[in-house]
Structures are given as C-alpha cells and as structure tokens.
Design a binder for this molecule. Structure first.
Ligand code: ZN
Ligand code: ZN
Ligand code: ZN
Length: 82
C-alpha cells in the first residue's frame, strides 16, 4: 500500500511515511521538518512529563508551532563539525 507525501505528493511506501504530530499529515523524512527538541507533547500525553524530544512536522505546523526553533530534514543528528 502506498501513501502520498503530504508535502511533495510523491508516492511512498508506508514504512517511509511519518505523521506530523500536530495534524497527522503523512510526510516523508525527506520533506517533513524535524524539530529536535519539541516540547509540545504535553497536550497528547497529559500524564507524562513533557520532556522535549524529536518530532516530525508538516511544513505548516513547523511554521505555526515552531517558527523560531531550528528545524531540519531527516531524523539523524547533523554530523558534528570536526
Ligand atoms: Zn501538521
Ligand atoms: Zn516527501
Ligand atoms: Zn511540534
């Protein structure tokens, strides 16, 4: 079963798709925006302490909820500069 990337519209395998944690839009790692330290988990998990952690975002939610923080494509940490 294939799913369309919510940002770029390309067909992707289910395993390549992540969901924006604000609106649930399916996005791929290449086009989605990862906020490395997202502290907006408090809403969805009221019992847990909202420790910042990486989260996937569609373009509009990255703009709307995390306009001022650093964002990147891909889950991997950027390589440390030597
Ligand atoms: Zn979204
Ligand atoms: Zn994509
Ligand atoms: Zn977020």
């Amino acid at each position: 079963m294939s799913i369309k990337c919510g940002i770029n519209g390309e067909d992707l395998d289910e395993s390549q798709i992540f969901l924006c944690h604000h609106c649930g839009m399916p996005v791929c790692e290449l086009h989605g925006w990862i906020v490395a330290a997202d502290d907006a988990f408090a809403d969805s998990e009221p019992e847990s302490s909202p420790a910042p952690r990486p989260a996937m975002h569609c373009r509009s939610c990255a703009e709307r909820f995390h306009k001022t923080v650093a964002k990147r494509h891909g889950w991997a940490e950027p390589a440390a500069q030597p």
